[in-house]
Design a protein around this ligand. Structure first.
Ligand SMILES: [Zn+2]
Length: 209
């Protein structure tokens, strides 16, 4: 990741963080590594951090501890956070509300929650990352987005995962973001140009680029 960022300055800007799926009882050395990188390089955000109770709940308390610790690092380094949340949306919202409200901003990446959760996230000053899932017929995300303000949305690829229709099932790549943009523009009844302008501005409010 660091080599790619060094080879593509201005295009590839890394985040740093301990992902919840990699949190075990022995997370201390991993956190030391995260902290040493934060001290010596510049990053766009702390992420992906958060809670993932879908893949495993074996280290639930450890995931919470690591999430809180990384929120503190975000405050210390004045960086936004990018949240990975699976089967844990309400827990993530609650922890941010208790621990970081008004002090941390960021993005709920690949948001897949309902309208109630979306409104709570917006109320925290966070944005919703929308990717290829919005193009999937059965996802229900389009219905949720209809109800939400454009100024709470940012586009994301999640490459190589979550490839938008019409390439669903193939390896995702960043250029397919145009399909995500077109779909959201259709849902919100705006032009693609307008959609791109608003979501780009939104991302600039989060990332110190
Ligand atoms: Zn993720």
């Amino acid at each position: 990741m660091m080599a790619l960022a060094a080879a593509q300055p201005g295009w590839c800007i890394p985040m740093m963080g301990l992902h919840p799926c990699y949190v075990t009882a022995d997370y201390a050395p991993e956190m030391t590594l995260v902290e040493s990188w934060l001290a010596k390089e510049s990053f766009a955000a702390i992420g992906e951090i958060g809670l993932d109770f879908y893949h495993s709940t074996d280290f639930k308390q450890e995931q919470i501890d690591v999430f809180l610790r990384q929120m503190d690092l975000a405050i210390q380094y004045d960086l936004p956070i990018v949240i990975h949340s699976r089967s844990s949306m309400d827990d993530c919202i609650k922890l941010i509300a208790e621990h970081g409200k008004g002090r941390i901003k960021g993005i709920f990446h690949c948001f897949g929650g309902d309208e109630r959760q979306a409104r709570k996230i917006i109320d925290l000053g966070f944005m919703l990352g929308i990717g290829g899932v919005v193009t999937y017929k059965n996802a229900g995300l389009a219905k949720v987005l209809e109800q939400l303000p454009l100024d709470a949305l940012v586009l994301e690829t999640d490459s190589p995962y979550l490839t938008p229709v019409p390439f669903r099932g193939k390896r995702n790549e960043s250029s397919y973001l145009s399909y995500v943009a077109a779909k959201i523009a259709e849902i919100k009844g705006v032009t693609i140009e307008e959609l791109v302008q608003v979501t780009t501005n939104n991302s600039k409010k989060i990332f110190p680029l």
